[in-house]
Design a protein around this ligand. Structure first.
Ligand SMILES: CC(=[NH2+])C(=O)[O-]
Length: 130
């Protein structure tokens, strides 16, 4: 157990798949959130629907992890997005834009298949403490 790294774990977000990572790690006042996929923690199932349904669920999951870490979506400074099909870029952005105010985080978005076949998107982020 590291004194520098604090593990974040909440049942308000999906548990880490196969226990091979943590939902987030806090180190030196920065919160490093693992990539979230569109799993609903209430059911343990991946949400049905398109990239927009997944994006909503993912940002809800990240919001829960950030809250458990002691911060919030307003304090996100960087977002990385992995989108299976770049044709979904516009639809994903329509949902994404609903969650941040005027000062949007820095962001990267690349086309890449998330680790479970058929998943349209995975999103990770980095936040600071308030
Ligand atoms: C889903 C995820 N964050 C992973 O690393 O497999």
């Amino acid at each position: 157990m590291s004194a520098v790294k604090k593990v974040v774990l909440t049942d308000k977000a999906p548990p880490p798949i196969k226990g091979v990572y943590n939902q987030a790690i806090v180190a030196n006042g920065t919160v490093y959130c693992s990539g979230q996929i569109g799993t609903d923690p209430a059911t343990g199932k991946i949400v049905e629907g398109d990239v927009q349904a997944h994006t909503h669920q993912i940002i809800k999951n990240l919001t829960a992890v950030l809250k458990a870490a002691g911060t919030s979506i307003d304090n996100v400074v960087k977002v990385n997005i992995f989108i299976a099909d770049i044709k979904d870029f516009k639809a994903m952005n329509e949902v994404y834009m609903q969650y941040w105010g005027e000062t949007k985080p820095a962001r990267s978005c690349v086309q890449a298949q998330p680790p479970i076949a058929g998943l349209p998107v995975e999103i990770e982020c980095i936040a600071v403490m308030p």
